[in-house]
Design a binder for this molecule. Structure first.
Ligand code: ADP
Ligand code: ADP
Ligand code: ZN
Length: 216
């Protein structure tokens, strides 16, 4: 199964990607997580991405596309992958087509998850993530354990710096301007599947699975 998950910040791409990755036994590839890990390790890529992430802008394509190209060549992607947060503009979508053409494999679907602005703001402002494994929690919808430690790995749970209000506004602007056109890009290829991301996370998962298996 080769899927791309598209949608605004906070809509639930990561949440669904984790579940889809388990369900189809393929890796979850999140460019946001890769950048945050690189930053924690202070690698060259992490340090070059730092300022862009901090102000909510896209990391330049010459960094991001190379990162994804390398990742997709890893043997664990032979069975497929769930791409979360990439492509984020039309140039990245075109680059992904090239990469997959070289690998000789097509995308099965681009899943577009959407929700209204009030819901996005509520989800982003309540989001908490684990420093150790990247697991996502929400202060109201999936509260972290009371001791503040991740239930998967015992890591520290924190609020992402870019989940604060000012940066969120910029990220939503960048989404509208750069990422929304990617929805039409995949619509044009006839592989777009749209799902209402305002529903409960389990329901969203089942709808996605039905859609990609052609039952809806
Ligand atoms: P994205 O990867 O699209 O930015 P996340 O998967 O990190 O979004 O979700 C953002 C926040 O919303 C997280 O705190 C997550 O726990 C919560 N969340 C995700 N999907 C749902 C849902 N369907 N209903 C309620 N909360 C959700
Ligand atoms: P969200 O889950 O809220 O949509 P991500 O974790 O995917 O956020 O991304 C966080 C930040 O990492 C982005 O605001 C951007 O700076 C950077 N980033 C992630 N993926 C990409 C990408 N494909 N292209 C450019 N920048 C990216
Ligand atoms: Zn953890």
């Amino acid at each position: 199964m080769r899927l791309v998950l598209l949608g605004p910040p906070g809509v639930g791409k990561g949440t669904q990607a984790v579940r889809l990755s388990k369900r189809f036994d393929v890796p979850h590839i999140s460019t946001g997580d890769m950048f945050r890990e690189a930053l924690a390790k202070k690698t060259k890529i992490g340090l070059s991405a730092k300022e862009y992430i901090a102000c909510g802008k896209l990391v330049p394509n010459e960094i991001t596309i190379g990162l994804v190209r390398d990742r997709l060549q890893n043997p664990d992607c032979a069975k497929g992958f769930i791409l979360d947060g990439f492509p984020r503009d039309v140039a990245q979508a075109e680059a992904l087509d090239e990469i997959l053409k070289t690998l000789g494999v097509p995308l099965d679907a681009a899943v577009y998850i959407d929700a209204g602005p009030d819901i996005l703001v509520k989800r982003i402002s309540g989001r908490r993530v684990c420093e150790g494994c990247g697991a996502t929690y929400h202060i109201s919808f999936s509260p972290p354990p009371e001791d503040g430690k991740c239930q998967r790995c015992g890591g520290r749970i924190y609020q992402r710096g870019d989940d604060r209000e000012e940066t969120v506004r910029e990220r939503l602007k960048v989404y509208k301007a750069s990422t929304e056109p990617v929805v039409d890009y995949y619509k044009g290829f006839g592989i777009l599947k749209a799902v209402d991301g305002e529903k409960d996370a389990n329901e969203v998962l089942e709808i996605i699975i039905s859609m990609i298996q052609g039952r809806q």
